[in-house]
Design a protein around this ligand. Structure first.
Ligand SMILES: *[C@@H]1O[C@H](CO)[C@@H](O)[C@H](O)[C@H]1NC(C)=O
Ligand SMILES: *[C@@H]1O[C@H](CO)[C@@H](O)[C@H](O)[C@H]1NC(C)=O
Ligand SMILES: *[C@@H]1O[C@H](CO)[C@@H](O)[C@H](O)[C@H]1NC(C)=O
Length: 484
């Protein structure tokens, strides 16, 4: 009861300051078994049982100054000849950011603080809880000492309890640095309700965590996972509404498919955020899509494939008419053309042609320009990354180098991903025996990257200004070494 953000939190609380299930809402717990009867039933259905928790201790327990249970003795916690109580351990200046009146952090420097937390988690494990979502401890409530303490307590338990921490507001890879090894999963995004404006920023967040190698980093039990939050599909209700009225998701099916795709490619934990009892076929098929689940579970090296826009054509040299890096540039458009990648169905993908034996140029799509951008076709080096290449006489596939420069080979690599501040990062890198540098010119004028299946394109700098707009692509390696 009283779960609003401004509530003091009037929980059912035992003599040790620990909450237990409201007997009105969970009558099965009336015998004193807490969530045990529900957990038993859930387990009998072949499922796992998880609960959401507020970190620390309730204001209610601190006000009542309850004694602390020492699970090792079964009695009140005593240290240095005195009995410790809730007021000794509650940090009244560290309240939960989004429910400040209800909950506060616990001083884990004190044996009594650690004993209190141990008494909570020991009880959850006794109830048969398999998963705890611990709120008010990460992001805006970042509390590394408490995260580590809870993690250590969970490790002492004989049954595995998955540790998931929250909230994800203001989370960066740097903030996650010291805690990923102590948890199983951690929210990296703000709340994800059924609105595209919620989903949209998650593309950038997911990209950051992928680039920082946080996906599947060492964790509490094996590995840990950046968590993009729930999938609000199907039959659901409004944000913050405990009861109905229910309605269908506001996301279009395309948006849902895109969201499910990102969550799968970024290997986010997948949590359905709708009413499972009213699951329509289309939603069911989306959240259990075999290919997406396989990618989510078994892929590796997951990265956003930079919507490559680099190699900003610079002002040409007065005499040679070439840019400093040696590429002919289109001067009619302020040199503002950028080489990038797009899906091959995009009409901007066509326009490449062979202008001479060793030269591939782009002549369309640039006003008043002729061969505005050319690159040299170089001999294909055999690739060593396991992707089969045709080695026919016609050299259908090739490396591409700059003209009259030693800049290296045109590269469609997924890393490093390019931020707008790093927009000068050249697309040309040292030539190597890797498919990311292999290209193919198709008959209809597309320059296809063998690595990604994406097509080279040219667009104006202005269009590329905002990387948060437009197409996104992710790549990964599948379980059999195949490219996804
Ligand atoms: C992580 O730990 C290091 C070493 O103790 C510390 O310097 C750094 O500030 C910590 N980072 C965060 C975000 O707390
Ligand atoms: C550009 O095209 C025009 C007309 O086709 C041609 O006369 C001119 O020589 C071309 N310029 C270059 C640099 O290829
Ligand atoms: C880039 O984003 C800013 C801020 O959202 C917007 O004002 C501007 O018009 C955008 N530019 C382009 C080219 O889309």
């Amino acid at each position: 009861a009283g779960s609003g953000v401004g509530a003091y939190g009037f929980d059912s609380m035992d003599q040790w300051g620990r909450p237990y299930p409201d007997p009105q809402r969970f009558p099965s717990g009336r015998g004193g078994g807490g969530f045990r009867p529900i957990a038993d039933k859930v387990h009998a259905m072949g499922l796992k049982f998880g609960i959401h928790l507020m970190n620390g201790i309730s204001t209610q327990a601190v006000n009542a100054n309850t004694p602390i249970l020492d699970v090792r003795t079964g009695k009140a916690y005593v240290e240095n000849g005195r009995q410790w109580r809730a007021r000794d351990i509650g940090l009244t200046h560290r309240t939960c950011a989004w429910m400040p009146k209800g909950f506060m952090s616990v001083n884990t420097d004190l044996g009594a603080g650690r004993a209190f937390l141990r008494s909570l988690y020991r009880q959850y494990a006794d109830w048969g809880v398999d998963f705890v979502k611990l709120d008010c401890i990460f992001g805006a409530d970042y509390s590394p000492k408490e995260i580590v303490t809870v993690s250590e307590i969970l490790k002492e338990l004989e049954r595995p309890v998955v540790l998931s921490i929250s909230p994800g507001t203001a989370v960066t890879p740097a903030l996650a640095e010291n805690i990923t090894q102590h948890v199983d999963m951690y929210r990296v995004t703000g709340d994800d309700w059924d609105s595209w404006k919620d989903v949209r920023p998650h593309f950038d967040v997911a990209r950051s965590f992928a680039a920082a190698n946080k996906i599947g980093a060492p964790g509490l039990r094996g590995r840990s996972w950046p968590d993009l939050d729930m999938l609000p599909f199907g039959w659901l209700t409004d944000a913050g509404a405990n009861q109905g009225p229910h309605r269908t998701t506001s996301l279009t099916f395309d948006e849902q498919t895109t969201q499910m795709g990102l969550w799968s490619m970024a290997k986010s934990p997948l949590m359905y955020g709708g009413d499972l009892r009213h699951l329509d076929d289309r939603t069911f098929n989306l959240i259990t899509h075999p290919t997406l689940l396989k990618i989510n579970h078994h892929s590796r090296n997951n990265m956003e494939f930079g919507y490559i826009h680099s190699e900003r054509a610079s002002k040409p040299d007065e005499q040679s008419g070439r840019s400093k890096s040696g590429y002919p540039v289109d001067v009619t458009n302020n040199g503002g053309m950028v080489l990038g990648l797009s899906t091959c169905s995009d009409k901007s993908a066509v326009g490449w042609h062979r202008s001479s034996e060793d030269r591939i140029c782009r002549s369309h799509g640039i006003q008043n320009g002729n061969a505005s951008f050319c690159i040299s076709k170089a001999k294909l080096l055999p690739t060593s990354d396991g992707v089969t290449m045709s080695s026919g006489e016609d050299q259908a596939k090739f490396h591409l180098t700059g003209i009259d420069t030693d800049d290296g080979c045109l590269d469609a690599s997924v890393s490093p991903w390019r931020t707008s501040s790093a927009s000068q990062t050249p697309m040309f890198s040292a030539c190597e025996q890797h498919t990311k540098q292999v290209w193919e010119l198709t008959e209809n004028g597309q320059l296809v990257s063998s690595y990604s299946g994406l097509c080279a394109t040219m667009r104006s700098n202005k269009e590329g200004e905002n990387e948060t707009t437009g197409a996104r692509a992710w790549t990964a390696i599948g379980d059999k070494g195949t490219f996804i």
